[in-house]
Design a protein around this ligand. Structure first.
Ligand code: GLC
Length: 999
């Protein structure tokens, strides 16, 4: 963990040119790989095509041909393009193995192909593309193949929009300028307002079209707007929102000449009459949201809706849930929400596994949150086609959104999570380091794995069982050959401090005699035929092919299905004793075709009566599985904090579990993306996030793996995972140096465990994420809004993990307005400055804002290895007059006693009263738990001289001889070499007490 400023470390790393790993899942068939070895050709590795041309909605595979000309060293690529419909679009990405530099070909319309060369470095187009018209044809191009460091080329469509009815509007929205869309005669506005009637906090807006809109002022800062085509507002099924009761707002309602004004204590809502618009204003009259209207496009089957708004001047946009790409800010992007099994996605892939249609708009002065609560396939278009405007919309359903006004981004996230719920405290082991692979294939492998971790002293809490523990990939079965004594194996490892998580997939194999399939046909009385599975419109069971073969899918919102599903966990959760569960494939993913169930599949709504289509409920299917799973586990193990890690999700999922970002890849692009992806999920209300450390698809170089171990420790879900055909990815397979790098990274995570736990508690209380973009903590510094490779872990720690290959230096920006310290060091940096640091493979650049206190503890090999592990707080001097508050939270760590009030909350206030005096004030805000530790230690950094006095308001602190602080009384000593003052205080003296230090 040595991190030195401006010192020289030699840095060596190995470039591992991995031949492309053929880890191809059935959902991503590898198309025929043209292979050719040229005698003198620059590439010795054959050309591969990974992925397929059938994007998630397409039934067809466009054909392609590729050829390497050995003489000219050129690849010729020819892709067959079927006829394009008006406005149709194809975009293909040709990239190197790393999915790094890429070349994009797209055809918006007509016969003039548009070619974008993102980076011509690795792949230079020599000729073409050629011959492509609306009537189809061949997309022909030739690539320069003379760069020997880029031996492999893959071709994959990035935005292939097939001919499918649901995409009619997609095409419109994606292919034309937005202005054209709204000018199109088929898109209609909502008309003018004839009157507005108030009923308590609800305002009914009567429109001259005969329709009504409903505006509810939920609080002084949150307004809920609904507009539909039926005037039926009785039903308000929201999968996300669980709380609409806020402090009653003060409301002042008045009709003006051109608008109706609703004024709350914090926000003015202006309902413009001609045409109908809903603007929001600050109390001083500043417009913070200028509505440009709601528009609809009707067909016989559905109403497509969009809402358009003017951007705040200088606005930046964040959140949007799970998004690929290198930037946290999403200005200039069009984003789709449609849960998708996105195996091997890249930085250009649009929709991923989950849907959280929430974003934050800010220009550093104003902070707005918008939550578009519509589960259909939906979109955000943030200034992509028209500067200074954004729109969002969906392929059906209501225009249903919440406008949230905050003083800063924290307040926006706090309010959003007040609406949609906050996380429960997870069992503490869930915050340790986790090891996974697809799959550990036998008990012996698990024994070896566990022994290795303990022998090599790399802390580990949890081991995962991926689908091979099951019998033929069937959920709730065990492969008795691979795992003949599963229960015994688990128990023996639990005795050594390990916990286990096993995967459960939602698809249930159609196989008579398989107990889950059989019982699923008879156990659910809410269906006339007692089946628990979703159905096709003709009443037959809807089917899809997944890992075990043809399968059916539970109708998870139904009470009877929840009951049946929950009980299925009994054997694994109660008898075998698996600690936590892992929900995968809940998009729901299927292989082939549209890669999910048919859109007309019928699924029951949570109200138990309404049956809707999969088109409506697709994005919430995984969430419904997650809720049913948690419900079941909570019934089976009511005292446990039941932990579920999930992939598919919808807004509000933070109440039920943790999320990981799916099948990423072992390359530097994905390491970098890990940061903005994690931060945006956090801003979207989901704190428990993480990416597969080391990358899932492919194999990381040793350096990449080491760097990922160092970055991953700053996300709550810290799990190493890799794909079926990837080589082993345990920390020791990369050689001794990387093993050490990994050990140090995991050790740091365990040293920071008290902080990780306190941040988890903070998230439970407020919804704020552990990992935060710099602007969340430093909103006044406009230059931090575009920084994507540094972030906060909590409010005080700033992470500048190294994410560049071969880096020997790391530039760090220190946000303005405060000074910064190196973590556990005395070096001080001025806010507003940028420093360059020498780094080596062991470096984890970490900084603390002045005045802060950070709790640490001794390393343990798993979270509760030691019965007693006292906390040491790092205390950093603050600016004179400054105050910093910290909340230390302690409880029994795995059970739910905390919900009954059995916990301890100690508030510590650090004050720098003068340059030569510091105080720490202690106060137990809640004291109904007694931790085993009896004292804590405070390490005052950068203490320039021995203290003149160290005293408590009540009681005494004695200077000790030497450096041994006693365990049974208060004491202190000063280390003049490191300039650190150590003070130890017994817990029993802390309540309502103050420590005063004068130098
Ligand atoms: C999916 C998951 C991956 C898992 C695999 C096998 O690809 O995303 O994490 O290992 O399925 O279950």
């Amino acid at each position: 963990m040595q991190f030195q400023r401006l010192s020289s470390y030699s840095f060596a790393f190995i470039i591992l040119l991995t031949a492309i790993t053929a880890c191809v899942s059935p959902s991503n068939p590898k198309l025929a790989a043209p292979e050719k070895e040229c005698e003198q050709a620059p590439y010795s590795v054959p050309l591969y095509v990974r992925g397929s041309f059938n994007d998630w909605m397409s039934e067809t595979h466009p054909k392609y041909e590729m050829d390497l000309n050995c003489e000219t060293s050129e690849y010729t690529v020819a892709i067959d393009i079927p006829p394009l419909k008006e406005g149709g679009k194809y975009a293909f990405k040709v990239a190197d193995e790393d999915w790094g530099p890429s070349t994009t070909f797209s055809v918006p319309e007509g016969d003039e192909p548009l070619i974008e060369l993102d980076s011509p470095k690795a792949l230079t187009t020599v000729k073409g593309p050629d011959v492509l018209t609306e009537a189809g044809g061949k997309l022909l191009f030739t690539l320069d193949a003379t760069n020997p460091s880029e031996p492999t080329v893959k071709v994959e469509p990035t935005d292939y929009i097939p001919e499918h009815p649901i995409f009619d509007v997609d095409r419109l929205l994606n292919s034309y300028q937005f202005e054209n869309v709204v000018r199109d005669k088929e898109w209609k506005g909502t008309g003018n307002v004839s009157k507005v009637k108030q009923k308590g906090q609800v305002f009914w807006v009567h429109l001259d079209t005969g329709l009504k809109a409903r505006i509810e002022v939920l609080s002084d800062k949150i307004v809920h707007m609904r507009h539909n085509d039926t005037n039926d507002y009785e039903n308000d099924i929201s999968y996300a929102v669980i709380n609409r009761k806020f402090d009653t707002p003060t409301i002042n309602f008045k009709e003006e000449q051109e608008y109706f004004a609703i004024k709350t204590a914090e926000l003015d809502v202006e309902i413009n009459k001609k045409p109908f618009r809903v603007h929001f204003k600050e109390k001083d009259g500043t417009v913070i949201h200028q509505d440009l209207g709601v528009y609809k496009h009707k067909t016989d089957e559905r109403t497509y809706i969009i809402k358009k708004a003017k951007s705040l001047e200088g606005a930046r946009y964040y959140g949007f849930g799970e998004r690929s790409g290198f930037t946290t800010k999403k200005n200039g992007e069009a984003m789709r929400n449609w849960n998708k099994d996105a195996y091997g996605y890249s930085e250009h892939t649009d929709n991923l596994y989950s849907t959280i249609p929430f974003f934050i708009e800010t220009n550093g002065k104003f902070f707005n949150g918008v939550f578009f609560d519509n589960s259909y396939q939906s979109y955000f278009n943030i200034e992509k086609y028209v500067e200074d405007e954004y729109f969002f919309g969906a392929t059906d359903g209501e225009m249903d959104y919440y406008f949230i006004h905050g003083n800063d981004s924290k307040e926006v996230v706090e309010q959003y999570t007040e609406l949609t719920g906050r996380m429960q405290m997870p069992p503490k082991w869930a915050l340790g380091f986790h090891q996974c692979r697809y799959s550990y294939m036998s008990e012996q492998e698990i024994y070896d794995l566990a022994r290795n971790f303990r022998e090599k002293k790399i802390p580990l809490d949890t081991i995962y069982l991926d689908i091979h523990y099951m019998d033929s990939f069937k959920s709730f079965t065990v492969d008795k050959e691979r795992f003949p004594n599963l229960k015994k194996m688990i128990k023996e490892h639990q005795d050594q401090g390990f916990t286990f998580i096993s995967i459960i997939d939602p698809h249930i194999k159609i196989e008579e005699g398989y107990h889950v399939y059989d019982s699923g046909l008879t156990s659910c009385p809410q269906a006339k035929d007692n089946t628990c599975f979703v159905k096709a419109p003709d009443g037959s069971l809807a089917q899809g092919e997944v890992w075990p073969g043809d399968s059916v899918f539970p109708d998870y919102f139904r009470d009877d299905v929840i009951e049946w599903w929950g009980e299925l966990y009994r054997e694994l959760a109660v008898d075998v004793g698996i600690d936590g569960f892992w929900n995968d494939m809940g998009e729901p993913a299927t292989f082939g075709g549209i890669k999910t169930l048919p859109l007309d599949t019928l699924i029951t709504e949570p109200d138990q009566k309404t049956v809707s289509t999969h088109a409506k409920l697709h994005n919430v299917y995984g969430f419904s599985q997650l809720q049913a799973t948690l419900d079941g586990l909570d019934k089976l193990r009511p005292d446990n904090r039941n932990y579920v890690l999930a992939r598919a999700a919808y807004a509000g999922m933070q109440r039920t579990g943790a999320i990981w970002t799916g099948d990423n890849s072992s390359n530097w692009a994905h390491l970098k993306m890990n940061i903005p992806m994690g931060l945006n999920l956090g801003l979207s209300g989901i704190s428990m996030v993480g990416a597969d450390v080391g990358g899932f698809v492919g194999a990381p170089t040793p350096e990449l793996f080491g760097r990922w171990m160092q970055l991953g420790l700053f996300f709550p879900v810290y799990r190493n995972h890799t794909a079926l055909k990837s080589p082993p990815q345990e920390p020791w397979v990369f050689g001794e140096e990387i093993e050490k790098v990994s050990r140090e990274a995991v050790e740091l995570r365990y040293e920071l465990f008290p902080l990780v736990y306190d941040l988890t508690y903070e998230s439970h209380k407020t919804g704020l994420p552990h990992a935060r973009p710099l602007f969340m903590e430093n909103p006044e510094d406009l230059s931090v809004y575009d920084i994507d490779d540094q972030f906060h872990f909590g409010d005080a720690l700033m992470v500048a993990a190294v994410v560049e290959e071969g880096a020997t230096q790391r530039k760090v920006y220190f946000p303005k307005g405060k000074n910064w310290y190196t973590f556990r060091g005395n070096q001080k940096f001025e806010g507003g400055s940028t420093e360059s640091f020498d780094v080596d493979i062991f470096s984890i650049p970490l900084f603390v804002k002045e005045g802060a206190i950070i709790p640490t503890q001794g390393v343990e090999q798993y979270y509760d290895e030691l019965e007693v592990n006292p906390i040491t707080f790092e205390v950093y001097p603050g600016a004179v007059g400054s105050q910093y508050e910290y909340t230390l939270y302690r409880d029994a760590e795995v059970k739910k006693e905390y919900l009954k009030g059995e916990y301890q909350e100690l508030h510590i206030t650090h004050q720098q009263s003068a340059s030569n005096s510091q105080t720490l004030a202690f106060n137990f805000a809640h004291n109904n738990y007694t931790p085993p530790e009896k004292y804590m230690t405070f390490a005052f950094r950068d203490a320039q001289s021995a203290p003149r006095s160290v005293s408590l308001s009540v009681g005494s602190v004695d200077k000790v001889n030497g450096t041994d602080l006693p365990e049974d009384k208060n004491g202190f000593y000063y280390d003049s070499k490191t300039k650190v003052l150590y003070v130890r205080l017994l817990d029993e003296v802390l309540d309502n007490n103050t420590l005063n230090i004068t130098y």
